[in-house]
Design a protein around this ligand. Sequence first.
Ligand code: AMO
Length: 436
Amino acid sequence: MTTRTPIKHLAALDDGPVQVSGWVETVRDQKKVQFIVLRDESGALQLVHPRSEDADAIADTISALTLGSFVTATGELKHDERVKLGGIEVKIETLDLVAASNPETPIAEDSALDKRMDWRFLDLRRPEANLIFRIQTTFEHALRTYWVEHDFIELHTPKLMASPSESRAELFQVPYFDTVAYLSQSPQFFKQMAQPAGFGKIFEVGPAFRADPSFTSRHATEFTSVDSEFSWIDSHEDVMKLHEELLVAGFQAVKDKHGAEIEAAFGVEVTVPTTPFPRIPLAEAKDIIAKRGYEVPRADDDMDPEGERQIAAYVKETYDHEFVFLTDYASSIRPFYHMRHDDDPSITKSYDLIFNGVEISTGAQREHRIEVLIEQAKEKGLDPEELDFYLDFFRYGVPPHGGFGMGLARVLMLLLHLTNIRETTYLFRGPTRLLP
Ligand code: AMO
């Protein structure tokens, strides 16, 4: 039984004997005295060893230490304001080399991102990387707490499917006994199925797969999708309300718990967004950015990444807000399951949520009237027979409902002003990355 104390708890202890474990970050091997900076998951600590004139086994161990090795030390904790690292140090009494590291460290602080990804387990030893996943834990926990307190049920929908879940584009196909299966691109159909199942309000945080061959800073072939879906809505406005309340809960928790650390590590002040977030119909957003001199260079009615940055800049200047809901996307560019406006079927009751200039989410009210749904599927060139299992949900009655899907790594990237979701994904998956 070990009596190891996490490093961050040492400062609160009185001077006296302690045991610590972690990996060796640096060694200063001087003639009279040796220093080790030891790091664990909670912080860093200076260990000190004054060399003895006689045979000195501890000194020999320290001299032979390779950086990154895991060690356990016991010794005397001493508070001393002169110690730069937290005002404490531990004078070594015993030192055990528990697991030695290869002497050559394959990455350095300035290594290229891709190289760091090759050695992700070493890259993640950086305290900022460790912090990112603490923030993610806090954020997800706050969202879950919100959902649970509001009577949502957590689901885990299957990721092996008999049909595409979003579209034939970006679809992974896998051999499945005598047939083929597809990897789920989104829990879309199954989160909707929870409505005729009578669950009322559900959420899921789970993997989604897209066979997207592009190398951008915000696309992965596997990502964590944060999804929610609920019944008895009047319009997509209700979905946006839930969405913004969840984000406020998540950001508040992150700010409360990590605000100071985030400022120190990333130079970013976390802003808890005010509600309601600005909402701008897409057509209006395009007019606004056109007036700012940017015409979206697309043949269809969609927005592009530069347009998203432009409208975000406008919203920041005008409303001092980091978020904007772009609403009412054209039916021509939205999936068949999005509900269209009664008075103008050329636009959908849908939105994209933009955070600091990048899309983090899509949401909508869904079409729940079976005849309309079939018509819309046909119009999109889909075969209703292939969708029959999904259409069946609606043949037995489904109340008005809606929901959203949100990319977790994108939220973290934008929250911390990082430039790539590879930094905020534990193990990134892309077209040329399946390792580690
Ligand atoms: P959409 O396809 O817009 O909508 O995806 C929702 C959100 O998921 C994230 N995302 C991705 N993140 C990383 N890499 C990718 N390749 C990737 N693709 C998407 C984005 C995006 O905003 N079923 C709908 C959601 C719904 O209507 O409920 C859907 O999947 O942050």
